[in-house]
Design a protein around this ligand. Structure first.
Ligand code: SAH
Length: 270
């Protein structure tokens, strides 16, 4: 049986957001809703987040926001809506993140590590103690595209009934945020296994995207892509780097190698 830590002993109260609330590890986490079509779901998601002590919300190209319906369904979590950032692409939403998890109502054939909400929460708590993270939710009608999921380091699936696997968007936010809260409470009370601080910050999603553009250009210049499917090779390379997760210094070295390769080729041509 899981014994919950004593709330008083670990310094939080039943009121999320109060001064004694211990949510620091979740302050680095952003909940991202991609292209939500129903403003009610935005409000319900904000309410779900606030009940679990999570406050950063980012909306990617919402169909309707701000909206009276969103505010009504937020039911007091208006502060989360007021502070929500609105961007036009997923890439913008996660540019500064070091670790990104995508949610999926169906287990896709896509080659990303797959986890359940509990595993996701435990990983996100650890990652969020080190840098900016994001948890991405998809559209009500068709979820996240495979290209969007490919920008994540991990996918999480709520193990719902296989014949009826799709939760309402805000319900999915609630399940994930609940597990995050449980993991953060447990960690505050009894887990002392936080990893050692990293020597260097990890490369962000934006750094990696610029690297992939540079890599692609270089592979084209050296003729590596002439006889193979560009998309397949690049997808494999993305998977490889997503496993390795280079830090910023390592990435600078890799970019240096690419620049030098291009410089050498240019010299040969002259
Ligand atoms: N018809 C879509 C489901 C969209 S549900 C599809 O088949 O992909 C809207 C969003 O809620 C999903 O994109 C995902 O973010 C979340 N969601 C719904 N059910 C989920 C589940 N079982 N596991 C993880 N996320 C889920």
């Amino acid at each position: 049986m899981l014994i919950l830590p004593n709330p008083v002993a670990i310094g939080y109260t039943a009121t999320p957001g109060s001064s004694t609330e211990n949510t620091l590890v979740l302050d680095n986490l952003t909940i991202v809703l991609v292209n939500p079509s129903h403003p009610g779901n935005i409000g319900s998601a904000a309410r779900a987040m606030k009940t679990m002590g999570i406050s950063k919300l980012c909306l990617v190209a919402p169909d309707e926001f701000p909206s009276a319906m969103a505010t009504a369904l937020a039911s007091g979590a208006d502060d989360i809506l007021a502070c929500a950032t609105v961007v036009t692409t997923l890439a913008e939403a996660i540019a500064d993140c070091e670790f990104v998890v995508g949610t999926s109502a169906r287990v896709r054939g896509i080659s990303l590590p797959l986890t359940d909400p509990r595993g996701c929460a435990s990983t996100l708590i650890k990652e969020s103690s080190q840098g900016a993270t994001a948890l991405i939710f998809g559209r009500e009608d068709r979820g996240l595209t495979n290209e969007e999921l490919a920008q994540c380091h991990m996918q999480v699936h709520v193990p719902s009934h296989p014949d009826f696997s799709s939760l309402n968007l805000a319900a999915a936010v609630q399940v994930l945020c609940y597990e995050l809260r449980m993991a953060s409470l447990q960690q505050a009370g009894e887990d002392t296994t936080l990893p050692k601080a990293r020597e260097q910050p990890l490369a962000t999603v934006d750094d990696m995207e610029r690297y992939f553009t540079h890599l692609y250009e270089t592979l084209q210049v050296i003729g590596f892509l002439d006889h193979s499917s560009h998309e397949k090779i690049m997808a494999k390379l993305r998977k490889l780097y997503s496993r390795i997760r280079p830090d910023r210094v390592e990435l600078a070295i890799l970019r240096g190698i690419l620049s030098e390769t291009q410089r050498c080729l240019a010299c040969k041509k002259d």
